[in-house]
Design a protein around this ligand. Structure first.
Ligand code: ZN
Length: 273
């Protein structure tokens, strides 16, 4: 495949392009061809440059606060010229509150100032099909709750809340007994340690009963784990292991996620709905 071509553009009046230059260089280091428009470009100039240079992606950078007017204008100008298939992504100083509006206006993705240049480069490679797409998790498979004793804990869920107990089983890899309680398209998972070596026992000793993890349902768990590993995301399990009901599971290290423990969970074929 030919090199990915990216137009980096700075619409509007702000006079600083250090960020745009850093991004341009980071993308070049990843083997992309980057055309940088320079400062203070109008939406029309940017759209024309994107078309003339036949780029695969347009990256807009804005520090001036005018992104909510300028970014959608660039989408319009591309559309007017029959080039709305060129994906446009945005970044710079953009408050998270503005992201939903920008996405609605046709911006493919917005990177806030906390994003790494690697995340941007990875996203572009996926966008143009150089790398397999990183599909988001499908839903919350379950929320794991550590309990001292399932029999004692269960009445709150089944009697007070009136939820239905689906099944109880033992998961040897984690030394736990697990009760699955159905709630809508998701589940609550009560976890009782089977012996002192269980990670749930360690959790109970340290923190007491409470929410232990959130499990996200994914496809192709092994592919996703290697993708996370490539990106330097710390993992507790680098390959999947057997979870409850023949699922495949793996935990992401909580230092990647603000101390929330996330489990990736790929259900067994027969269970997939
Ligand atoms: Zn779980």
């Amino acid at each position: 495949m030919a090199n990915v071509r990216v137009l980096i553009a700075k619409p509007g009046l702000d006079g600083h392009d250090r960020g745009a230059l850093v991004i341009s260089q980071a993308l070049r280091d990843r083997g992309m061809e980057v055309i940088y428009t320079g400062l203070r470009q109008s939406p029309v100039q940017i759209a024309l440059a994107a078309i003339q240079e036949d780029v695969d992606v347009v990256g807009l950078s804005s520090l001036s606060g005018a992104h909510n007017t300028l970014f959608p204008k660039i989408i319009d100008e591309l559309e007017k010229r029959g080039a709305k298939d060129i994906p446009v992504i945005g970044g710079g100083v953009i408050p998270a509150e503005d992201i939903p509006y920008l996405l609605e206006s046709g911006i493919k993705k917005v990177f806030t100032s906390g994003a790494s240049t690697d995340a941007l480069a990875n996203y572009i490679e996926e966008l143009v099909g150089e790398k397999p797409a990183h599909t988001p998790p499908k839903k919350i498979a379950h929320i794991g709750i550590a309990v001292e004793n399932i029999d004692t804990a269960l009445p709150f869920y089944t009697d007070t809340l009136g939820l239905e107990l689906e099944r109880i089983e033992s998961v040897q890899s984690e030394q736990v007994k697990v009760a699955f309680i159905n709630i809508g398209e998701s589940r609550l998972e009560l976890l009782e340690p089977l012996d002192q070596s269980s990670p749930i026992q360690t959790f109970l000793d340290k923190k007491g009963e409470g929410i232990h993890h959130i499990a996200l349902e994914v496809d192709d768990i092994e592919g996703r784990l290697s993708q996370l590993k490539d990106r330097g995301i710390p993992l507790i399990n680098e390959t999947a292991k057997a979870g409850a009901h023949n699922s495949q599971i793996a935990f992401i290290h909580p230092k990647a996620s603000g101390r929330v423990l996330f489990e990736l969970c790929e259900p067994s074929e027969e269970e997939e709905s």
